[in-house]
Design a protein around this ligand. Structure first.
Ligand code: UN1
Length: 493
């Protein structure tokens, strides 16, 4: 059986724990290999290697650091199909989406490589004569990256490229469910010739490897994407240790459909947003907030179209919805469906674990729609992370915005309307980090900030120029060439 190892200080190595965990294909339960389970000592070795490597790396000019990212970008481009196939078999998303995800990593590589020739700071006039003032970005040191299984390469790219181009070294713990994609990514870094110790891959559980990273005194920041439960525990401990954290967590994203909306377009956007990646995106559409005048019409069209979503192994090009990641996720989704029924919501479609057509060996859940959902119901408030959609009816845009904003998360939202005035009102008032007009809640592009308000995060953003803020400190520099002591705020007044 193929064994997946750690990549520490430029070497592939097995953990001293000698423990391995099986990697399963979520579409059929096939064992794809097994992955080493690391210890605290492995983390320490990775951190020491990172620390050593970063000492030299910070002195490498940023455009030269960026050269490695360009190489990574071209290698990713070359292997796009191969990695996409691995991604689908390991994580389950359908092959088209897997290709899209690898493309997201390619885009991010080129974009962040470009930053090697920007990394803009400010030059500003000094308030004193013969004095120069500027600010520059400096690396934080060793960045600890903890990434999820739902976007195993895109999110690792959102974090590792800006970390490296700004002069940091990386210790990376990928999700236990997706070590093969992590292996492929680390191999590409290796092939690109990235100096050893700058990118260290440490496989293992959150409770051992993740905790050791948070606790390690030589890891200067943690960038995490995952659940609120884990994120807030990381933040609490990192807070005590005065360690920087960037957290990207849950969502409860809504599509608002106003009475004047193009319903065909709205249905396309909703189905893609809710059932793409089997609803396992942070940005997935999990609520529809519809104007009462078009509620029935929208429901009819959704129910009609939901039948077209063929389920199956995502490597089959004709399949539209793949499996969910594992058994416990499948059960959690089904639990929520039962909760919805108990709460009095009406099931319009789906609502069951799929066991027919040979799909019983995989983790398949039928695309599910509830209607007559009210904002207080748990299915309208909690993140389900599966193909379950709740329809809530409202009487006005104002009420729609109130419902949208009435949850503890604030990642993405969307509005379908033909009225430009209402669209702008929504853009202003929707309390989410990402807003779409006449498109669903998914589909963020890498050159804009990705992240959310309230319980979704802690004010930081992945991707875009904003990502640089996570991986750099500001240094303000004053150069006095007057040859005399000039006291700021005193000698100029
Ligand atoms: C995620 O679900 O965590 O906007 C990332 C999107 C993708 C990224 C999603 N580009 O849906």
């Amino acid at each position: 059986m193929k064994k997946y190892l750690n990549y520490i200080d430029g070497e592939w190595s097995e953990s001293s724990s000698s423990k391995f965990v099986e990697i399963l294909n979520p579409a059929n339960g096939e064992v794809l290999g097994e992955v080493t389970q690391s210890t605290k000592e492995d983390v320490d070795r990775a951190v020491q290697a990172a620390k050593r490597a970063q000492k030299e790396w910070r002195l490498v000019p940023a455009p030269e650091r960026a050269e490695f990212l360009y190489k990574v970008a071209f290698l990713l481009k070359e292997r796009k199909e191969e990695i996409a196939q691995v991604l689908t078999s390991e994580m389950g998303k359908v092959i088209d989406e897997a290709r899209g995800e690898v493309q997201e990593a390619i885009d991010m590589a080129f974009y962040m490589a470009g930053e090697g020739r920007r990394l803009f700071g400010d030059t500003v006039p000094s308030e004193l004569r013969n004095k120069f003032a500027m600010s520059v970005r400096i690396p934080v040191g060793v960045a600890g990256l903890i990434t999820p299984w739902n976007f195993p390469i895109a999110i690792a790219s959102w974090k590792s490229f800006p970390a490296l181009v700004t002069g940091n070294a990386v210790v990376w713990k990928p999700a236990t469910e997706t070590p093969i994609v992590a292996f492929e990514f680390a191999k590409i870094y290796e092939e690109a010739g990235l100096p050893k110790g700058l990118l260290n891959l440490v496989n293992g559980s959150g409770s051992v490897v993740g905790d050791a990273m948070v606790e390690h005194p030589d890891i200067d920041l943690i960038s995490f994407t995952g659940s609120n439960e884990v994120g807030s525990a990381i933040n609490a401990r990192a807070g005590q240790l005065l360690k920087r954290t960037s957290l990207e967590m849950g969502g409860k994203n809504a599509v608002i459909v106003l009475a004047d909306a193009d319903l065909n377009l709205a249905v396309d956007g909703i189905l893609w947003g809710a059932f793409g990646t089997s609803g396992q995106r942070c940005t997935a559409t999990s609520r529809i907030i519809v104007h009462q005048d078009v509620k029935e019409e929208l429901e009819q069209r959704l129910v009609q179209r939901i039948g077209e979503l063929s389920l199956g192994d995502g490597t089959d090009e004709s399949v539209k919805v793949g499996p969910v990641i594992n058994r416990s996720s499948l059960e959690k989704i089904h639990e929520y469906v039962k909760i919805g029924q108990q709460e009095g919501a009406k099931l319009l479609a789906g609502g069951s674990i799929v066991t027919d057509n040979g799909l019983e060996r995989g983790n398949f859940y039928a695309p599910t729609i509830f209607t007559n959902v009210t904002p207080e119901m748990r299915i309208a408030k909690e993140e389900i992370f599966g193909p379950v959609l709740s329809i809530i009816s409202v009487k006005s845009l104002e009420e729609a915005i109130e419902v949208n904003n009435g949850v503890e998360f604030g990642l993405s939202s969307s509005i379908f309307t033909a009225d430009v005035n209402l669209a702008f009102q929504a853009m202003r008032d929707l309390d989410t980090g990402i807003v779409y007009v006449n498109a669903g809640t998914t589909g963020a592009e890498i050159h804009l900030p990705f992240g959310g308000t309230k319980g979704t995060g802690n004010g930081h953003r992945d991707s875009g120029v904003a990502a640089l803020d996570v991986y750099t400190e500001w240094k303000s520099i004053y150069i006095d060439y007057s040859g005399k002591l000039q006291r700021a705020q005193i000698d100029n007044y």
